[in-house]
Design a protein around this ligand. Sequence first.
Ligand code: HEM
Length: 127
Amino acid sequence: EEPQSFYDAVGGEETFRRLVHRFYEGVVKDPVLWPLYPQDDLAGAEERLQLFLMQYWGGPSTYSQQRGHPRLRMRHNPFVIRSAERDAWLKHMHDAVVHLELPEELEKRLWDYLVYAAHSMVNAPDA
Ligand code: HEM
Protein backbone atom coordinates (compact mmCIF):
# COMPACT_ATOMS: atom_id res chain seq x y z
CA GLU A 1 0.00 0.00 0.00
CA GLU A 2 1.19 3.49 -0.82
CA PRO A 3 1.81 5.58 2.28
CA GLN A 4 -0.63 8.47 2.37
CA SER A 5 0.91 11.69 1.07
CA PHE A 6 1.02 14.76 3.25
CA TYR A 7 -1.22 16.32 0.60
CA ASP A 8 -3.93 13.74 1.27
CA ALA A 9 -3.36 13.71 5.03
CA VAL A 10 -4.17 17.41 5.35
CA GLY A 11 -7.27 17.22 3.15
CA GLY A 12 -6.04 17.69 -0.41
CA GLU A 13 -6.85 20.53 -2.79
CA GLU A 14 -9.56 22.09 -0.62
CA THR A 15 -7.13 22.59 2.27
CA PHE A 16 -4.55 24.32 0.06
CA ARG A 17 -7.26 26.47 -1.49
CA ARG A 18 -8.37 27.60 1.97
CA LEU A 19 -4.77 28.17 3.12
CA VAL A 20 -3.82 30.35 0.18
CA HIS A 21 -7.10 32.25 0.10
CA ARG A 22 -6.80 33.21 3.76
CA PHE A 23 -3.13 34.14 3.25
CA TYR A 24 -3.96 36.55 0.42
CA GLU A 25 -6.77 38.12 2.46
CA GLY A 26 -3.96 39.26 4.76
CA VAL A 27 -1.60 40.23 1.94
CA VAL A 28 -4.06 42.60 0.23
CA LYS A 29 -4.39 44.58 3.48
CA ASP A 30 -0.64 44.69 4.13
CA PRO A 31 1.11 47.98 3.26
CA VAL A 32 4.54 46.29 3.07
CA LEU A 33 3.56 43.32 0.91
CA TRP A 34 0.68 44.33 -1.32
CA PRO A 35 2.69 46.80 -3.45
CA LEU A 36 4.93 43.88 -4.51
CA TYR A 37 2.05 41.80 -5.88
CA PRO A 38 0.34 42.03 -9.28
CA GLN A 39 -2.59 44.31 -8.45
CA ASP A 40 -4.61 43.15 -11.46
CA ASP A 41 -3.98 39.41 -11.09
CA LEU A 42 -4.74 38.42 -7.51
CA ALA A 43 -6.63 35.32 -8.68
CA GLY A 44 -3.64 34.26 -10.76
CA ALA A 45 -1.24 34.78 -7.86
CA GLU A 46 -3.49 32.74 -5.58
CA GLU A 47 -3.63 29.94 -8.11
CA ARG A 48 0.15 29.86 -8.62
CA LEU A 49 0.90 29.60 -4.90
CA GLN A 50 -1.86 27.04 -4.33
CA LEU A 51 -0.70 24.82 -7.19
CA PHE A 52 2.93 25.06 -6.10
CA LEU A 53 2.13 24.01 -2.54
CA MET A 54 -0.12 21.17 -3.70
CA GLN A 55 2.68 19.84 -5.90
CA TYR A 56 5.33 20.28 -3.21
CA TRP A 57 3.34 18.17 -0.74
CA GLY A 58 2.65 15.29 -3.10
CA GLY A 59 -0.50 16.39 -4.92
CA PRO A 60 -0.97 16.84 -8.67
CA SER A 61 1.95 18.38 -10.60
CA THR A 62 -0.23 20.96 -12.34
CA TYR A 63 2.10 23.73 -11.19
CA SER A 64 5.05 22.45 -13.21
CA GLN A 65 2.85 21.61 -16.19
CA GLN A 66 1.81 25.26 -16.29
CA ARG A 67 4.91 27.05 -15.00
CA GLY A 68 7.85 24.67 -15.49
CA HIS A 69 10.51 24.09 -12.85
CA PRO A 70 9.62 26.12 -9.73
CA ARG A 71 13.03 27.91 -9.39
CA LEU A 72 11.49 29.94 -6.60
CA ARG A 73 14.57 31.95 -5.64
CA MET A 74 14.94 33.07 -9.24
CA ARG A 75 11.24 33.88 -9.62
CA HIS A 76 11.46 36.12 -6.55
CA ASN A 77 14.44 38.10 -7.85
CA PRO A 78 12.23 40.92 -9.20
CA PHE A 79 11.03 41.60 -5.63
CA VAL A 80 13.22 43.03 -2.89
CA ILE A 81 12.72 40.66 0.05
CA ARG A 82 14.32 41.76 3.30
CA SER A 83 13.51 40.51 6.79
CA ALA A 84 10.52 42.90 6.97
CA GLU A 85 8.90 41.39 3.86
CA ARG A 86 9.73 37.86 5.02
CA ASP A 87 8.22 38.45 8.46
CA ALA A 88 5.09 40.05 7.02
CA TRP A 89 4.71 37.09 4.63
CA LEU A 90 5.10 34.66 7.54
CA LYS A 91 2.65 36.57 9.72
CA HIS A 92 -0.16 36.16 7.19
CA MET A 93 0.85 32.59 6.46
CA HIS A 94 0.82 31.72 10.15
CA ASP A 95 -2.69 33.10 10.52
CA ALA A 96 -3.76 31.02 7.52
CA VAL A 97 -2.07 27.83 8.76
CA VAL A 98 -3.62 28.08 12.24
CA HIS A 99 -7.02 28.74 10.67
CA LEU A 100 -6.90 25.29 9.02
CA GLU A 101 -7.12 23.63 12.45
CA LEU A 102 -4.97 20.68 11.41
CA PRO A 103 -3.78 18.01 13.84
CA GLU A 104 -0.78 19.42 15.70
CA GLU A 105 1.82 17.20 14.03
CA LEU A 106 0.65 18.08 10.51
CA GLU A 107 0.42 21.77 11.36
CA LYS A 108 3.99 21.72 12.68
CA ARG A 109 5.33 20.02 9.56
CA LEU A 110 3.61 22.52 7.28
CA TRP A 111 4.65 25.52 9.35
CA ASP A 112 8.29 24.42 9.74
CA TYR A 113 8.59 24.11 5.96
CA LEU A 114 7.06 27.55 5.35
CA VAL A 115 9.42 29.19 7.85
CA TYR A 116 12.42 27.52 6.22
CA ALA A 117 11.25 28.41 2.71
CA ALA A 118 10.53 32.04 3.62
CA HIS A 119 14.00 32.46 5.12
CA SER A 120 15.55 31.03 1.97
CA MET A 121 13.66 33.60 -0.17
CA VAL A 122 15.34 36.65 1.40
CA ASN A 123 17.42 38.27 -1.35
CA ALA A 124 18.43 41.67 0.03
CA PRO A 125 20.19 42.79 3.21
CA ASP A 126 18.39 44.92 5.78
CA ALA A 127 19.18 48.57 5.15
C1 HEM B 1 5.14 34.53 -6.31
C2 HEM B 1 6.44 37.56 -2.79
C3 HEM B 1 7.89 33.80 -0.11
C4 HEM B 1 6.06 30.80 -3.41
C5 HEM B 1 5.36 35.67 -5.57
C6 HEM B 1 5.06 36.99 -6.03
C7 HEM B 1 5.43 37.84 -5.03
C8 HEM B 1 5.96 37.04 -3.97
C9 HEM B 1 5.31 39.36 -5.02
C10 HEM B 1 4.41 37.35 -7.36
C11 HEM B 1 2.96 36.95 -7.31
C12 HEM B 1 2.54 36.22 -8.56
O1 HEM B 1 2.35 36.88 -9.58
O2 HEM B 1 2.42 34.98 -8.51
C13 HEM B 1 6.98 36.81 -1.76
C14 HEM B 1 7.53 37.36 -0.54
C15 HEM B 1 7.95 36.31 0.22
C16 HEM B 1 7.65 35.09 -0.53
C17 HEM B 1 7.62 38.84 -0.18
C18 HEM B 1 8.61 36.44 1.57
C19 HEM B 1 9.53 35.60 2.03
C20 HEM B 1 7.49 32.66 -0.76
C21 HEM B 1 7.64 31.32 -0.24
C22 HEM B 1 7.13 30.47 -1.17
C23 HEM B 1 6.66 31.28 -2.27
C24 HEM B 1 8.25 30.97 1.12
C25 HEM B 1 7.03 28.98 -1.16
C26 HEM B 1 6.83 28.27 -0.08
C27 HEM B 1 5.70 31.55 -4.49
C28 HEM B 1 5.20 30.98 -5.74
C29 HEM B 1 4.97 32.05 -6.59
C30 HEM B 1 5.30 33.26 -5.83
C31 HEM B 1 5.01 29.51 -6.06
C32 HEM B 1 4.50 31.99 -8.04
C33 HEM B 1 5.74 31.75 -8.91
C34 HEM B 1 5.38 31.68 -10.38
O3 HEM B 1 5.01 30.59 -10.85
O4 HEM B 1 5.50 32.69 -11.05
N1 HEM B 1 5.91 35.72 -4.34
N2 HEM B 1 7.06 35.44 -1.72
N3 HEM B 1 6.89 32.59 -1.98
N4 HEM B 1 5.74 32.91 -4.60
FE1 HEM B 1 6.42 34.17 -3.18
